[in-house]
Design a protein around this ligand. Structure first.
Ligand code: SF4
Ligand code: SF4
Length: 694
């Protein structure tokens, strides 16, 4: 006898028709809910995200099926939990669709039945495995939400309702199967290994009771499935659609690049939903509420107002409120977790939906975006709101007023005169040429050394600048500096939303660099590096930009720098802090570590939060020039982490990081237990007095 089973067993003909008729209502609700959401996104600004479609689709499918950003070594529990639920649910859904294809297409239209034999037995096995995966995943999720309760998780009624739905569907599915097996005394019952023991036990019941119980359970299961289907578009469960779409339509530009702004446009930045782009509005609906964006967020971890997940959910809730029928009733707002302000579509986006404190808290470190499994981009959201506050409402933290004034008048945030920018050169043993001198002599250099404002004016960082210039000279690199012709790249102004000022500064620099026909740029500041490399192409500035750690690492590998064990500075235990704008934004993780490995007498001790999981020093997004208003201090938190490694030196490779660490070490009274030293300083201190020249 061929292994198979009767489809819609114990369901009469009239009931079968009813089954199909009843499916129309939840399917309609699903379609309506998805259409409502899509109509809300359409109020945003158009953005072309369909370029390189093949690449986009391949990535989205791969990420969805392989769970690439969900199952990560540091998130094994949550990742495996989601993978189990996803795999179980999708397999069961696919199984249901296959049964429908057999009943409604294959047999009646083609006269072919595939639901038999080895396929059928394999199908039974797969469905049982899938059901167990779903049960296991839901069990893990409930355990995490109700027992473990990590700080990054917030459990709403919607979260619990969805888990209950999935639990119920799985339990009902196994029960229906066991009752059918018991009723039919199925020869191949053992292949349904998960429900087989229950089927054996149920065989003790009278046949009439089994028939009635099967009928009742089948209809209950069906009703649960229909209710779940109708609820999907009005709950977090919409994420399989929206998350896939968000991954498909993600930005393909470098993560460190903020989108260009039309300074002639009607409005700069976002104060209303329609000021965001359509993909940005869609991304709000893609949030899984997983809280992974909180794990390495410096503001969440130091008790500040900004929590990136809540920022997304607050605007998503506002979008739902503004979207009309079903929004805010069954929509996201009901499930959006923590809302600190009132609800309703008549709120102001800035100040009403998102507090100004949240907007200014962000250090733009990018840890949230690195973690988000569905590629939601929090930093562009925050910067859009800042742009509007600064450019349209002239509102910003008071500490920024002198910074803006100084950047505008003097080209640096420290109120220093341009003539002093190259003053550090006088402390060099060998002269450092200016680009103007090189050009006047009709010569050229390999590199422009872009020193940056911090490296030029802040006395602590001038030592780093001198160290790097010395290294370049010792390695025989031809380079020059701009001196008083250099000005700020515009990065601090851009990250706090002063788009006009950032544009002025960047345009001036691009004109200068292009006039000197600059091809390669080296810099010791991670923020200058990111701006020059990722944002200057928007203004016609296309250069080969290299961070000093990359260049030094290459020079060491090429044997152009000889490092000596006699250096006192570089001895002992060293821990390395990955600057956000170098590591997370630009993927430079290995070069700094290669330098440390090459330094004689150095023992490297990693902090627990390292590489892409690095914890911000607190200085990005304009915060090196702003006061922390609430919570504990971010730089002190990071200093404590460095101290716990037992290191005597925290090695940095960013101008802002060095300053933030020095400040944090002072605040923690950790001098001289811990010193903040740039990698260039460590290398310069280890240079043999008479290096072998290449
Ligand atoms: S960019 Fe950094 S500070 Fe801002 S929300 Fe994301 S993780 Fe938090
Ligand atoms: S924004 Fe991303 S990481 Fe944060 S809760 Fe939503 S899906 Fe998770």
């Amino acid at each position: 006898m061929m292994p198979t089973r009767e489809i819609l067993f114990n369901i009469g003909v009239v009931e079968t028709i009813l089954v199909y008729a009843l499916m129309i209502f939840p399917l309609g609700l699903l379609a309506y809910g998805l259409a409502r959401r899509a109509s809300r996104w359409r109020v945003g600004q158009p953005a072309n995200r369909l370029d390189q479609f093949g690449r986009r689709l391949w990535y989205a499918v791969r990420m969805t099926l392989m769970h690439g950003r969900i199952v990560r070594p540091r998130n094994l529990y949550g990742g495996c939990m989601h993978a189990a639920i996803f795999t179980g649910f999708i397999t069961l859904l696919a199984g249901t669709l296959l049964v429908m294809i057999e009943t409604d297409v294959s047999v009646p239209l083609l006269g072919v039945s595939f639901f038999q034999g080895a396929f059928y037995l394999g199908f039974k096995l797969a469905m049982n495995v899938a059901g167990l995966l779903l049960l296991g995943g839901v069990g893990m999720a409930l355990y995490r939400r109700l027992v473990l309760r990590p700080a990054t998780q917030q459990t709403s009624g919607d979260d619990l309702l969805l888990l209950c739905f999935l639990l119920l569907l799985a339990v009902q599915g196994f029960s229906v199967q066991a009752l059918r097996l018991a009723l039919t005394r199925d020869t191949w019952a053992a292949w349904s290994f998960a429900s087989y023991p229950l089927a054996q036990a149920l065989q003790l019941l009278p046949r009439d009771m089994l028939t009635w119980l099967h009928h009742l359970t089948w209809w209950t299961h069906f009703a649960t499935a229909l209710t779940f289907l109708g609820y999907i578009a009005y709950s977090k469960m919409v994420h399989p659609f929206t998350a896939f779409a968000n991954v498909l339509l993600r930005r393909l530009r470098p993560r460190g690049e903020l989108d260009a702004v039309d300074l002639e446009g009607e409005t700069i930045g976002a104060s209303r939903l329609e000021h965001f782009s359509r993909p940005q509005l869609m991304s709000l609906d893609a949030c899984l509420h997983c809280g992974r964006c909180l794990e390495y967020c410096p503001t969440f971890n130091t008790g500040k107002a900004l929590r990136p997940r809540d920022l997304v959910l607050e605007i998503a809730g506002y979008q739902a409120d503004s979207g009309g029928i079903f929004s805010g009733v069954l929509g996201e707002d009901a499930n959006a977790g923590r809302f600190r302000r009132g609800r309703g579509a008549d709120r102001e986006l800035i100040g009403g939906v998102v507090s100004k404190e949240e907007i200014w808290d962000c250090t733009t470190c990018g840890a949230c975006m690195e973690q988000c499994p569905v590629h939601i981009e929090h930093v562009p959201l925050v910067v859009s709101l800042r742009r509007n506050l600064v450019m349209e409402q002239n509102e910003f933290p008071p500490e920024l007023a002198p910074v803006f004034k100084s950047l505008e008048r003097l080209g640096n945030p420290y109120q220093n005169v341009p003539a002093e920018r190259g003053a550090w050169v006088k402390r060099m043993a060998q002269p450092v040429p200016l680009m103007s001198e090189v050009a006047a002599a009709g010569k050229s250099v390999d590199y422009l050394f872009f020193v940056g404002c911090v490296g030029s004016y802040v006395s602590r960082n001038q030592k780093v600048t001198i160290a790097l210039a010395t290294i370049l000279q010792r390695a025989g690199i031809s380079f020059a500096i701009l001196g008083k012709e250099e000005s700020c790249t515009g990065d601090p102004a851009r990250r706090v939303g002063h788009e006009w000022l950032a544009h002025q500064l960047a345009t001036k620099t691009v004109e200068k660099l292009n006039a000197y026909n600059v091809k390669k740029v080296v810099t010791a500041c991670a923020h200058c590096f990111n701006a020059l490399r990722n944002e200057y192409p928007q203004l016609g500035g296309n250069y080969d930009v290299i961070h000093h750690t990359e260049l030094i690492s290459e020079l060491i590998a090429a044997g152009r720098l000889t490092l000596d064990a006699a250096s006192a500075v570089a001895q002992g235990k060293v821990t390395y802090h990955d600057p956000c704008y170098l590591g997370r934004y630009n993927g430079v993780f290995d070069a700094p570590r290669r330098i440390l490995d090459a330094l004689p007498g150095v023992e490297v001790a990693e902090m627990p939060r390292n590489r892409s999981h690095s914890f911000c020093c607190g200085g990005g997004g304009g915060h090196a020039m702003m006061k922390e208003q609430s919570g504990s201090r971010i730089n002190v938190t990071r200093v404590r982490e460095a101290l716990e490694t037992g290191a005597q030196v925290v090695a940095t490779s960013c101008s802002f990081c060095t300053g933030m660490f020095e400040d944090g070490i002072g605040a923690e009274n950790a001098t001289p237990r811990l010193r903040a030293v740039d990698l260039a300083e460590l290398v310069a201190a280890s240079l043999r007095e008479s290096p072998e020249q290449p």
